[in-house]
Design a protein. Structure first.
Lengths: 305, 314
């Protein structure tokens, strides 16, 4: 029981880290530009597909992963220059529709290029084993690497945001865009940087988990909406909130799925508990979101409601 | 203003007349499939109309309206499975369930606005989606095929495609008139006021939240009615009805037709579905074209298709 808990705890942290990588860029785009971007999930998906192809091309997952970073950065820059830049001063509705159109286009393009059946990419041999964790319990090395890489990225992001000039502008932009623009900061260029960087983080996340998950055209959507939940919980524009929200959502989702039925069994008969648990578990994160919103409409770390 | 309303009345009469004549034209053309497609269009037109009520008049961008389509559709599946096949019962159950879901999620979502509201309605719709996916008694992910269409007064009149079509049309016309009455009433004007300037409305002494929530609930219940018709049209119900792409398509329909004039939503639904049908015949990769068109329309027109036709207003 304890070992199962530890195992699921690690899985939950891993999902949380993944969600953080996606939500971090998204929350800044939402917060600073007040811009709704539905197309963030497809960049995560494109990252995963690219790592499959690039790994096959270079013959190594590591090189594939490294190449995905500039590739998704470039995609982000292109999308920003061609579409997003023209929509900043438009109503949310227009932004929703245009990025929704982009989702349709990219998803279809991915299906044309890579097909609809799930693809696999294998982790490098050095990272494919498992290490003993506690007693007989073992945990895959690669999943630990994912957690480590995600945490490193989070620390790096924190350093950039709190210690550098661009981070300072970014924080200023998140709290008062008009004032920052009036002080002579080119807010448009700042946003281009943030947007492309967010796209790169999402692509990195997709490439990072490609060996664990199956790579298929639907993978971006579930993650996108979970990232929305993370952002709503954490508060729009707050990277700290995104980190807390992501871990919370990852843990609640993972632990709810494995322990929900077990907890319910103490108050219900086993078959009913299993049934109810199966129905309730996927809804847990949304209920969590509803509860947090009811208490704090602006999210845990958000400034504006 | 008066002239615009009169114009809308003429346009509505013409549009509904065209819909009423469609089965006769389809019979003359020897193409019964047309009626089935048109029934689907009518169902989506009801949903788009409901969405326009809150989107166009209340300024609430709900990106989760497909959830209500699913709730309506599953009302048919669940009641039929329990042996209740009456259309009236299905509609009543759908309206109650849709209104309840809208009341609960709306009360939370409306505490926020802007981006938050969009994301939260989307998240709640996804919650409903997962609920039905994990409902293994009704097929889970695969959905469930209906044994028969709903019955009216114990008779299986709706088995005839044309009767189903006219039932859907009657519902659409009735709900359209209801929406015209709502938007023309004091309630409707307060709602429009909250869209324009909630702070000022509050200063005048209204509580925007109450009006918005009421409109949200009405819209949810109406969309559930569309779900009932959609389930009958397809004779099949699955969580795919409430996929978030569906929600997006509903918003697209409303915007394509031009928001905030009710008739535009109906025209938009017709146009979007016809375009889909046509593009799907043309190529398997129709979302590519549809998505591109969508981006172009958004970039170059601010008022939807009616805006394109009408030209820019000052």
């Amino acid at each position: 029981m304890t070992s199962l808990f530890l195992l699921q705890l690690l899985n939950g942290v891993q999902l949380g880290i993944l969600l953080f990588l996606i939500a971090a860029g998204l929350t800044l785009v939402f917060g600073i530009m007040d811009f709704v971007n539905l197309a963030h999930g497809v960049i995560y998906m494109v990252g995963a597909y690219l790592v499959v192809s690039l790994s096959a091309w270079t013959g190594s997952y590591g090189w594939g992963l490294l190449l995905v970073l500039p590739a998704t950065l470039l995609i982000g820059l292109l999308a920003e220059a061609l579409i997003f830049r023209r929509l900043y001063d438009r109503p949310h509705l227009d932004q929703v529709l245009a990025t929704f159109g982009l989702v349709m286009i990219v998803t279809e393009l991915v299906e044309i290029i890579w097909g609809t059946s799930p693809l696999l990419v294998t982790a490098p041999d050095a990272l494919s084993g498992s290490i003993p964790l506690m007693g007989p319990l073992r945990y895959p090395v690669f999943r630990l690497v994912v957690i480590g890489a995600g945490l490193l990225t989070a620390v790096g992001l924190w350093l950039v945001i709190t210690r550098t000039r661009i981070g300072m502008r970014l924080r200023a932009g998140a709290s008062n865009r008009a004032m920052v623009a009036a002080l002579g900061v080119d807010i448009g260029r700042l946003f281009t940087v943030i947007f492309a960087f967010g796209a790169m983080l999402a692509g990195f996340a997709g490439a990072l988990v490609a060996p664990i998950l199956s790579v298929d055209p639907g993978m971006g959507e579930s993650v996108l909406i979970l990232a929305f939940v993370v952002i709503v919980i954490g508060g729009i524009g707050s990277v700290k909130g995104a980190f807390a929200g992501a871990l919370l959502v990852g843990l609640v989702d993972t632990l709810g799925r494995s322990f929900g039925p077990i907890v319910l069994r103490s108050v219900m008969e086993p078959s009913a508990a299993a049934q109810t648990g199966r129905v309730l578990a996927p809804m847990l994160v949304y209920l969590l979101m509803a509860a947090i919103l009811a208490a704090r409409p602006q999210g845990l770390f958000g400034a504006r409601p | 203003m008066i002239r615009a309303l009169r114009q809308r009345r003429v346009a509505a009469t013409l549009l509904f007349l065209a819909f009423a004549l469609l089965p006769i034209i389809a019979a003359a053309a020897g193409d019964p499939y047309l009626v089935i497609v048109a029934t689907r269009i009518l169902a989506f037109a009801i949903a788009a109309l409901a969405l326009d009520l809150i989107l166009g008049y209340g300024g609430m961008v709900s990106f989760g309206h497909a959830a209500y389509l699913g709730i309506g559709a599953y009302s048919v599946a669940i009641l039929s499975g329990a042996g209740v096949t009456d259309l009236g019962a299905h509609l009543a159950a759908a309206v109650v369930a849709g209104a309840l879901f809208a009341l609960l999620t709306g009360a939370i979502s409306l505490r926020t606005r802007g981006i938050y509201f969009i994301m939260i309605t989307l998240a709640f719709a996804q919650m409903a989606y997962f609920f039905f996916v994990s409902l293994s008694a009704y097929g889970g992910d695969d959905g469930v095929t209906l044994a028969a269409r709903s019955t009216v007064l114990g008779r299986d009149w709706l088995r005839d495609d044309r009767v189903l079509y006219y039932t859907a049309l009657a519902l659409l016309v009735g709900l359209y008139l209801l929406c015209v009455a709502i938007t023309g009433s004091r309630f409707g004007r307060v709602l429009t006021g909250t869209r324009e300037n909630p702070v000022r409305m509050e200063a005048v002494g209204f509580t925007p939240f109450r009006y918005q929530l009421t409109a949200f609930v009405i819209s949810g219940a109406m969309t559930a009615v569309a779900g009932v018709m959609l389930a009958n049209q397809a004779s099949y119900v699955s969580p795919a009805f409430m996929n978030w792409h569906r929600s997006g398509e509903l918003v697209v329909m409303v915007v394509l037709g031009g928001i905030g004039n009710l008739l535009g939503a109906i025209a938009g639904a017709t146009l979007a579905l016809l375009l889909e049908e046509w593009l799907a015949v043309l190529t398997d990769h129709w979302p590519l074209i549809f998505g591109t068109l969508l981006i172009l329309v958004v970039m170059f027109s601010r008022d939807g298709l009616t805006g394109l036709f009408r030209g820019r207003r000052g």
